[in-house]
Ligand binder design. Sequence first.
Ligand code: 2RA
Length: 422
Amino acid sequence: MSSSSDRSRILVVGATGVVGEEMLDVLARRGHAIRPIHAFASAGSAGKTVRCGDRELAVEELGESVFRPGDIALFGVDAELARRVAPRAVAAGARVVDNSSAFRLDPAVPLVIPEVNPDDLRGPPAPALLANPNCSTIMLLVALEPLRRAFGIEHVHVATYQAVSGAGRAAMDELRDQTRAVLDGKDLEPRAFPTPCAFNVFPHESAVDPLTGANVEEQKVVAETRRIWHQPDAAIDPTCVRVPVLRAHSQAVTATLGRSASLGEIRDRLAAGAGIRVLDDRIAAGWPTPHRASRQDAVLIGRIRWAMSELDRPEAVRRRVALWLSADQILKGAALNAVQLAESAGPRVLETQRAQSAGWADWARVENGPGTDLLSPYDYHRPRLLDCCVRDGNRYFQTGMGTGKRLHRALELIRSAVRRGV
Ligand code: 2RA
């Protein structure tokens, strides 16, 4: 994850929020819990504890001078706080990934979805500040990327069905409390939203531009897509809606492809796409749902079909395809994308990604028994320190530190794979 130090500290800023907690969990799942990790929040939360895998971290107050050179700071705070604190972190020599909207449209700050525009991360120098796109943009563009690459995309229409988790913990609590209250025949004043969220559906609560009628969430989807695609005239028509779902957003998408393709080709491209899982069983109604997408890394895609108006035209000229998506907006829409960005910002972690794509994790599971994951051969070129790290249940093994033949064998395989340029 770091290019400057093998033991870079990872700082999660806003660690007690929904996104911050998820960042800690993603860090643990992806093998980073072996690094020094610090959890920061406002003074009111200092002293509480948060979990990072099997570690319990004491929450520290986000003071003036907490950032150090080489730190990797993941920000899960609101835009106002990010605007104040992120520049300070960068000035102190930290690398920051910010999940808020503060820097998303700043031309000097890369706005990146690793599955879509990884080239925007390329240095040198490695960018010190990266922006995480909005959740609705991330899931839409991950889903469309295989089609954009293969056929081009001329126009996108998308209606969102956004879970209340996108508005934070207070909104999730409000949905729970309000649902109970309604079932008990009581009224509960809305606080997190301008309108009751239980048993209700309403246009996204962000401010509406009186001139265009578009709300801020819709404006984000358009502006961010144009930046990420490097296509200032990309034609995107979003309608963003909040639904009484606790976690994971869904989207109904109609995309007009740049050229005609068969539905089989479209399906194959989607199935092979990075960060995507196709769930599309027309017989058994096996579709993506927020329930299925919750706590999953992948964007789920189903109901892959021609837009109905295309059915009157010969198949050879059809270009409008309809899709139904669900994705965990706290994960891929926020925390996971942020961790992926932090990982891809340094050369060391490219090795981890290569390891994962080369299937080494699968190999380690087979070779070392169930429950064993090869996490990161991130230091294979400094064998006396730490060559690779293997997790067995809750225990971490480091092959360079003499923990047994099988693990040394793992190292050998990694080295030979690296030599072969895998
Ligand atoms: C939402 N835009 O309203 C937020 C999530 N980032 O769902």
